[in-house]
Design a protein around this ligand. Sequence first.
Ligand SMILES: NC(=O)c1ccc[n+]([C@@H]2O[C@H](COP(=O)([O-])OP(=O)(O)OC[C@H]3O[C@@H](n4cnc5c(N)ncnc54)[C@H](OP(=O)(O)O)[C@@H]3O)[C@@H](O)[C@H]2O)c1
Length: 248
Amino acid sequence: MRIVVAGATGNIGALTAAALERAGHEVVRVSRSLGVDVVTGEGLDDALAGAGAVVDATNSTAADPAETVAFFGAATRNLLAAGQRAGVRHHVLLSIVGIDRVDGNAHYAGKREQERLVAAGPVPWTIVPATQFHDFAEMVAGWTEQDGTAVLPPLLVRPVAPGDVADVLAEIAAGAPQGRHPGLAGPGPQDLVDMARRTLAARGREVRLVPSWDGLFGAEMAGNVLLPAEGARIAPTSFEAWLAARRG
Ligand SMILES: NC(=O)c1ccc[n+]([C@@H]2O[C@H](COP(=O)([O-])OP(=O)(O)OC[C@H]3O[C@@H](n4cnc5c(N)ncnc54)[C@H](OP(=O)(O)O)[C@@H]3O)[C@@H](O)[C@H]2O)c1
C-alpha cells in the first residue's frame, strides 16, 4: 500500500515511515524540508496521488492558542481536501490523551481543532490519542533551561516510547478506519520532573530542576487528567528500558 506520512522528518513521523517500510509499504514522506507544506498546500496533491492512507504526525511550534488553531486547522483542512481528491481511504491522526480535559494549553487548542476537523471530514479516519512520549520531559526542560536551571511542571504522566507509537500508527494505517481509538500509553506512571532528572543524568548533564505550575502547563493539568482512560492500549517499552537503550 502507498502511505503518506505527513511530518516524516519529525520524531514520530520518521519512525512511522521506517516502520511502514519494514512492513513492506511504499512510503511518501511529507515535510517542508522535503518540499511539501501542509499549511499552504504546496506539493500536497502530487504527494497524495495514488495513496491509500495518510498518517498525520505534523507538529506546530506555536505557543499561542490562535496560532496553533490556525496551523492545525489549515494543515488538516488541506490534508483532508487533498486526501478526498486523491481518493485516500484512511486518514490517521496522532493526537494527545486528555486534551478535552484541559482548557488553558495552547497546543491542546490546536489539537482539538485538528480532531474536530478530522472527525467531521470527508475521509474515513482513525484518531489515535497518545500520552506524552518518553523524551517529552527532556524537551520540556530544554524549553526553559538557562544558566543550569530549568523550570517544569510535576505532571503525572504515563509515557510511551516513540518507537512504540510509530509501530502502532503503522499498524493502524494499514488497516481499516476505526474512528476514535481508545488511546495509547506506556506501561507505568511517571513524574515529569523525575523523568527529566533521570534523562539528563543519563546524558551526563547537571541541570537544577525547579517544579512549577507557572508556565505553559498550569495547575489544571495536575492530578490524573493526562492519564489514559480504561481500555487504552498499553505499549511494551518502559521509560527505564528506553533510557537504558539510549545510555547503551
Ligand atoms: N511530544 C509528545 O509527548 C506528544 C504526545 C502525544 C502526541 N503528540 C503529537 O505528536 C505529533 C508529532 O510530534 P513530534 O514530536 O513527532 O513532532 P516533531 O518532531 O516536531 O516533527 C514535526 C514534523 O512536522 C513537519 N512539519 C511542520 N510544519 C509543517 C508544514 N507546514 N508542512 C509539512 N510538514 C510540517 C516537520 O518537518 P519540517 O519542519 O521539515 O516541515 C516535522 O517533520 C504532534 O502533533 C504532537 O501534538 C506529541
